[in-house]
Design a protein around this ligand. Structure first.
Ligand code: NAD
Length: 429
């Protein structure tokens, strides 16, 4: 009889390097093989639990109706309610959302929070939409998903182009249908509506905590460490700011239009303020301008891609010149590039650990909402640091124990935890 596990694994050989779901699956397969994962568990864990596609009619400001396409993929519930952000983008695809939902499962398991994984997306261009249109889009999307989300089912959060306001609309829409306020249905909400102090900064802060641990392995101190950050949004902007505050020499940052570079170090608060006012880095004084490709190839100690997927591929991996790669974004590196980075000796803090600060504080937010008792920001940050440092240490230990690269070790840790819980619950088949 054919081995279904081997057949599945063969599917991804020689496939599209930039398809995020294939990239996720290839890494899952490698880790599953090394763990000797049971064939039945393999079959269950490598696919999402549920994929939901919705068509969302929205009354535009012109009075006409436009129908948008949206997704919610719930990847795994073995360890608790599904958890994951919602992305608004013109080019978001179901495969991308599927990959992101799986990464959420593995990420929650790496930092050991009791959630499964999910992700959502709507194909739209938020830059071209008014606030009213975005609100109507968000509310109708929420109402289409009303039976599938909830504090014990699936808890959305912000991702690219969604924010606290989006979460407040989702919370309100869900609460209107429930006939009472249910603030634990989303995380990343405004603090006044049951959000957590420290949530907005949590992903960038988690990147900082990981980098703090990683530089110790190179006997570097923050003041001696140069950092390049791609992206200046929630993760990249806040990550760069916090590293700057801690004494790191941030020498380059970018947004979608390109980056600014000064080998002597940037005044990060000033750069971010300039970007906020001018909506672009163009014209910022006393710097060199670099495009996003060139930025990734700058010589530095820490490179933090914090924008989007597929930034480091087999095409440019050989030209990456950092000691530490801290993946603030989800899926910035392809599996082919992984191999090259490993051969070059670059220490990778994989995305499912590096950017897990966000979901960790989302978990804290959900806990606080359900207790109805809220912690101080210092308490949130201290708990976050404890979790990130412990997870970083566990990851390094696993990499050494299994003699594998850090990404494979992260997948192995995560898959092992989800597999254990699935096995203990039993497969209802
Ligand atoms: P954001 O929208 O706040 O910021 C994105 C930044 O990337 C912006 O500066 C934008 O100009 C830039 N950018 C967009 N497309 C780009 C491109 N093609 N090339 C270069 N720069 C580009 O988004 P965010 O919340 O900071 O998310 C960034 C990444 O981090 C995503 O991969 C997201 O999935 C991941 N992530 C976010 C969180 C969170 O809590 N926000 C948590 C975990 C992971």
């Amino acid at each position: 009889m054919a081995n279904p596990m081997a057949d599945e694994m063969r599917r991804f050989k020689g496939s599209d390097e930039k398809n995020p779901f294939e990239a996720m699956s290839e890494r899952f397969d490698r880790a599953a093989l090394l763990l000797g994962l049971d064939e039945d568990l393999y079959a269950v864990m490598r696919v999402p639990s549920r994929e939901i596609k919705v068509y969302i009619p929205v009354t535009l400001d012109t009075g006409h109706i436009q129908v948008f396409e949206g997704f919610r993929v719930q990847h795994n519930f073995a360890r608790g309610p599904a958890k994951g952000g919602i992305r608004y983008a013109p080019d978001v695809t179901l495969d991308e959302v599927k990959a992101l939902s799986a990464w959420m499962t593995w990420k929650c398991a790496v930092v050991n929070v009791p959630f499964g994984g999910a992700k959502g997306g709507i194909i739209c261009d938020p830059a071209q939409m008014s606030l009213g249109e975005l609100e109507r889009l968000t509310r109708r999307y929420t109402s289409e998903l009303i039976d599938f989300i909830g504090p014990d089912k699936d808890v959305p959060a912000p991702d690219m182009n969604t924010n606290e306001q989006t979460m407040a609309w989702i919370m309100d829409t869900y609460s209107m249908h429930a006939r009472h306020t249910v603030n634990a249905v989303v995380t990343g909400k405004p603090v006044a509506l049951g959000g957590s102090l420290g949530r907005r900064e949590a992903t960038g802060r988690g990147v900082l905590f990981c980098v703090n641990e990683a530089i110790k392995r190179f006997n570097l101190k923050p003041e001696e460490t140069t950092v390049v950050v791609q992206g200046s949004g929630n993760v990249g902007g806040i990550g760069a700011l916090l590293m700057h505050e801690q004494g790191y020499k941030v020498i380059a940052v970018s947004d979608v239009g390109g980056g600014v570079y000064n080998p002597k170090g940037l005044d990060v608060p000033d750069v971010l303020n300039y970007l906020k006012v001018n909506k672009s880095l163009d014209g910022y004084p006393n710097v060199d301008f670099v495009d996003n490709k060139a930025l990734l190839e700058l010589e530095c100690d820490v490179l933090a891609p914090c924008a989007t997927e597929n930034q480091i591929t087999s095409e440019n991996a050989d030209r990456i010149r950092c000691k530490i790669l801290a993946e603030g974004a989800n899926g910035p590196t392809t599996p082919k590039a992984d191999k090259i980075l490993h051969e070059k000796g670059i220490f990778v803090i994989p995305d499912i650990l590096a950017n897990a600060g966000g979901v960790t504080v989302s978990y804290f937010e959900w806990v606080q909402d359900r207790m109805g008792y809220f912690w101080s920001e210092d308490e949130v940050n201290a708990r976050l640091e404890a979790k990130m440092v412990a997870s970083f240490d566990e990851l390094c230990f696993a990499a050494e124990k299994h003699d594998v690269d850090t990404r494979t070790a992260a997948y192995m840790m995560a898959i092992d935890r989800v597999a254990y819980d699935t096995r203990m619950r039993g497969i209802y088949a």
